[in-house]
Ligand binder design. Sequence first.
Ligand SMILES: [Zn+2]
Ligand SMILES: [Zn+2]
Ligand SMILES: [Zn+2]
Length: 72
Amino acid sequence: MAFFCTICEQESTRICVTCTKDTCDDHLCTLCKSCSDCCPHDVQLEQRPSVRAAIESANHDYSEVSTVLSNS
Ligand SMILES: [Zn+2]
Ligand SMILES: [Zn+2]
Ligand SMILES: [Zn+2]
């Protein structure tokens, strides 16, 4: 039996604890387990920690590559 996010309509396995609507991982706050409509936190999808971590690790890899190049 499949459930679909009420916000973006992609398949979901979770529900909002506040309104109990089906909500995908992208639209369920990890802090309060509520959907974007109910969540009191001002979380923007573009600013999710996973995205920031990916950007920071990419920058880290680049600086390591630069060090290797300048040493050789
Ligand atoms: Zn969604
Ligand atoms: Zn909700
Ligand atoms: Zn929240």
